[in-house]
Design a protein around this ligand. Structure first.
Ligand SMILES: [Fe+2]
Length: 151
């Protein structure tokens, strides 16, 4: 994580969303902004305390004792953490202006996913085997995710 100081707007146009600015500042096919980031964490309580107490985020929602969503403004969340016993990036989401922009983004910059219409089984599992499978995109390369070990 990298924290940056607040940068005040230079002028009124600097306050406009990216898609409304002069074309020289707009990336063709680019997202409007980062939507949210989700990560796995080895210590959910310590991380929640850091984001709330040190950074001023507020808790929007909980997944029982397993996860926390955070917000900084009117949107439901800008970040979420799932306590899995390990630190690992899970996914991020971008906001786009409309469905046409989403087509551009998917054509030129990103993929909504790399596995097709459904996420891989590893997406909803957080054990080390599933994390490695997702990190290496094993399922897209023909290596199936083995069943979870019995607890
Ligand atoms: Fe998400």
């Amino acid at each position: 994580m990298q924290l940056l100081p607040h940068r005040p707007a230079v002028d009124e146009r600097d306050r406009w969303p990216q898609h409304a600015r002069a074309s020289g500042a707009v990336h063709l096919g680019g997202p409007r902004r980062l939507g949210h980031v989700n990560s796995l964490t080895p210590d959910l309580a310590a991380n929640e305390a850091f984001y709330v107490e040190a950074l001023g985020m507020r808790v929007s929602d909980r997944l029982g004792e397993a996860g926390v969503w955070f917000h900084t403004g009117p949107e439901h969340h800008v970040m979420a953490l799932v306590g899995t016993g390990q630190a690992h990036f899970h996914h991020l989401a971008f906001d786009v202006v409309d469905i046409g922009k989403m087509r551009d983004v998917l054509d030129h910059r990103y993929s909504s996913n790399t596995w097709g219409p459904l996420p891989p089984r590893s997406y909803f599992r957080f054990d080390p085997v599933a994390v490695e499978s997702e990190r290496e995109s094993w399922e897209t390369r023909g290596r199936l995710l083995p069943p979870p070990e019995a607890a």
